[in-house]
Design a protein around this ligand. Structure first.
Ligand code: ATP
Ligand code: MG
Length: 240
């Protein structure tokens, strides 16, 4: 492990009940990086994030946060350490307003990390500012995604685990999410980004892992990945 490692996944096997999904998955995220995990539908991306935040525990191998073994911590305990999952389904409370959703996140948040105040988070996300009193249920997909990320920041994220933040969003809104993630990273927040959209990864990530059928099959910088046409085609079915 390097001194700057925030998150380490070491030779992890994990899955659901008797079904093994992840096989010997290893990855590492250093402080201040944006690292992506990209792969097709069903490749094991969400399963990887669930194993990191403690919804699942590894059957073998281990997960570390800042050098400590967190393999057997539950989601509440990893959240307390600032390992913050922004799930695919976003899980906004529809009956609560934007402000109430954020206030709720401020309780039960991380203990030792810097957290954003509710007002600071609202300021950071310009489109939420106009909607602080709107109910979660009235937000667009893009606004829900912004709120889900804002909530993680208010709770005090040391590392943000983003599960397909651009899924289902219009291209213009995808650009807004990309800008937000870049801004947050410029402010020092470390990001592990899971995506099916390799273009988003190439735009944002310092390094990328490609996952296919539960196994990491390629690792490298965005600069290198851009030139790996054969790899992109084989594992992601895209031409860039
Ligand atoms: N709760 C579950 N119980 C059993 N199998 C599951 C469960 N959730 C996911 N799987 C299986 O695990 C495999 C990996 O799923 P996972 O959700 O990690 O993929 P993913 O890469 O996140 O895909 P997507 O891009 O569609 O979100 C799939 O074969 C899926 O069917
Ligand atoms: Mg998924």
């Amino acid at each position: 492990m390097s001194a700057d490692e925030v998150l380490g996944v070491e030779n992890v096997d994990a899955g659901y009940g008797e079904t093994t999904i992840l096989r010997d998955v290893s990855l590492s995220v250093e402080a201040g990086e944006i690292v992506s995990m990209v792969g097709r539908n069903g490749a094991g991306k969400t399963t990887t994030l669930r194993t990191i935040n403690g919804i699942l525990s590894p059957d073998s191998g281990r997960v570390t946060h800042r050098g400590d073994d967190i393999s057997n911590l539950d989601p509440a305990a990893t959240a307390k350490r600032g390992v913050s999952l922004v799930p695919e389904e976003r899980q906004i409370f529809p009956e609560l307003t934007v402000r109430e959703n954020l206030q709720l996140a401020a309780h039960g948040g991380a203990e030792d990390t810097d957290s954003m105040s509710v007002d600071e988070a609202i300021g950071q996300f310009s489109n939420l500012g106009e909607r602080t009193d709107n109910h979660g249920s009235s937000l667009s997909g893009g606004e829900q995604q912004m709120l889900a990320i804002a909530r993680a920041l208010v709770a005090g994220a040391d590392v943000l685990l983003l599960d397909e933040p651009t899924e289902g969003l219009a291209p213009q809104i995808v650009d807004d999410v990309v800008d937000i993630v870049r801004d947050l990273n410029d402010r020092g927040i470390t990001v592990l980004l899971v995506e099916q959209n390799v273009h988003v990864c190439l735009e944002l990530a310092d390094r990328n892992y490609i996952i296919d059928q539960g196994t990491v099959v390629w690792e490298g910088s965005s600069e290198r990945l851009r030139n790996e046409q054969e790899i992109l085609d084989r594992y992601l079915g895209v031409t860039v």
